[in-house]
Design a protein around this ligand. Structure first.
Ligand code: GDP
Ligand code: IMO
Ligand code: MG
Length: 430
């Protein structure tokens, strides 16, 4: 038995929440290791729908430990709001079921303002961020001036940290012609929220180390997707964290060998929210159909997601970069009833063929997809729970994807509902 890391292999919203929830039945601990409340993970359990942003998707199952690792940026007000919202749905969250890394960096109101001000200033060149302050918070972390969870427990340290941070931010705000932030007010606000966060603060690396030694099973839950990774994604149209499996280790204080199986969550077509290149995008009837049938509206911002055909080049790249062992193929049902289905199998850029997406923003913008066309199927796959219930043409499509991305399907998801999941191979068995 081994520990599993779940990551998105496209531009996010592949269905990570659903799969993590399903897998967490057999895990003891679920760990978030990067991103923040830019993530929106949807769980559908019977009549109940949970939308989680910061809480690990294991929290809804009694008896599981949820962990928010050091690699996550935490907006304490958003976290408290989410805990209250999820509690109102009947889930119990207490310090026995949730641990937050004492060394995680905080997202402050000034980060959110800066994120939004920058986006507004970029105009047409905007990244289309979620406006949650994610980028500015990671900048301050790497700039060594972040306020961290542990600082909330030490009033003198908190004052010092806030003062250091505001030297930077107030200079920026002055340059933008905005009012400076009051250190007194920010400290007061943080002191007010601190008692709601501190009971959960803990030494996450130690908790995980002890759990491993005791033979507990750990599930690492990624946010976003490989193509939004700050290095490996479609830079600068990316998020500000590493979304690759290796981050599961560094974002929680676990050694690289503590993760034995990498599961890449992969949508049977492609979507993207926000700006940036999207070679197989279908800004037409096909795209509208996929968006409507797949209910492709952002969980966090409600924005309509851009939709297009499956891009095998992009996903193969994500498989290689992430060292993915197997995929969970999701939303196959959304393709039901299409006469034909296209798959992107290469790009043409300036008359030259590419079998990968080059790093240059200019080249990415000019990438024209080369397609292969497959027959669709008329039957419904919605809610299928056995491989034998799938139409032969749908199986052919799945086999072709496996071949093109050179990675096997471990799980297949056929509806938003938790139990509509087919297991081909058990990720926990390595
Ligand atoms: P995440 O960010 O990767 O967790 O994905 P989101 O929750 O943001 O978006 C995925 C959406 O697709 C959610 O509304 C899910 O309920 C839904 N979903 C997940 N798997 C399937 C599936 O196999 N079929 C269908 N039709 N919907 C699915
Ligand atoms: P989950 O975990 C899809 C996108 C934003 C924007 C870019 C940068 O639900 O898959 P940010 O606010 O992070 O600075 O925005 O990244 N983005 C996501 N897109 N799913 C997500 O998370 C995303 N988190 C960020 O739309 O293009
Ligand atoms: Mg999402």
């Amino acid at each position: 038995m081994t520990n599993v890391v779940v990551i998105g292999s496209q531009w996010g919203d592949e269905g990570k929440g659903k799969i993590v929830d399903w897998l967490s039945e057999r895990a003891d601990i679920v760990v978030r290791f990067q991103g923040g409340h830019n993530a929106g993970h949807t769980l559908v359990i019977g009549e109940k729908v949970f939308k989680l942003s910061l809480l690990p998707s294991g929290v809804v199952r009694p008896g599981k430990l949820g962990v928010i690792g050091n690699g996550v940026v935490i907006d304490p007000w958003a976290l408290v709001e989410e805990m209250e919202r999820i509690r109102a749905d009947g889930v119990s969250i207490d310090p026995a079921s949730l641990v937050i890394a004492e060394n995680a960096a905080l997202i402050l109101p000034v980060h959110r303002s800066l994120d939004r001000a920058r986006e507004a200033a970029r105009g047409d060149g905007k990244i289309g961020t979620t406006g949650r302050g994610i980028g500015p918070a990671y900048e301050d972390k790497v700039g060594r001036r972040a306020v961290r969870v542990c600082d909330l427990a030490d009033p003198a340290m908190l004052r010092q940290r806030v003062a250091d941070l505001l030297v930077h931010h107030n200079a920026l705000l002055k340059g933008l012609g905005d009012e400076p932030v009051s250190a007194e007010q920010l400290v007061a606000d943080l002191e007010e929220i601190a008692p709601k966060i501190l009971p959960y603060a803990g030494v996450v690396w130690q908790v995980l180390d002890e759990a491993r030694r005791a033979g507990k099973r750990i599930l690492y839950e990624g946010a976003q997707g490989v193509m939004l990774d700050v290095d490996h994604g479609t830079y600068p149209f990316v998020t500000s964290s590493h979304t690759v499996p290796g981050q599961g280790a560094s974002g929680s204080g676990s050694g690289p060998k503590s993760i034995g199986y990498v599961l890449g969550i992969t949508k049977a077509y492609t979507t993207r929210v926000g700006s940036g290149p999207f070679p197989t995008e279908q800004d037409n009837e096909v795209g509208r159909l996929l968006g409507e049938r797949g209910r492709e509206f952002g969980t966090v911002t409600g924005r309509a997601r851009r939709c297009g055909w499956f891009d095998a080049v992009l996903v193969r790249q994500a498989m290689r970069v992430g060292g993915v062992d197997g995929i969970a193929l999701t939303k196959l049902d959304v393709l039901d009833g299409l006469d034909e289905i296209k798959i992107g199998i290469g790009y043409e850029i300036d008359g030259r063929r590419y079998d990968h997406l080059p790093a240059s923003q200019a080249l990415q913008a000019r990438a024209e997809p080369i397609y292969e066309t497959m027959a669709g199927w008329k039957e419904s796959t919605y809610g299928a729970r056995r491989w034998a219930d799938l139409p032969a043409t749908a199986i052919k499509y799945i086999r072709r994807i496996e071949e093109l991305i050179d990675t096997p399907v471990a799980l297949l998801s056929t509806s938003p509902e938790r139990e509509d999941t087919i297991r081909v191979r058990d990720p926990f068995e390595g």
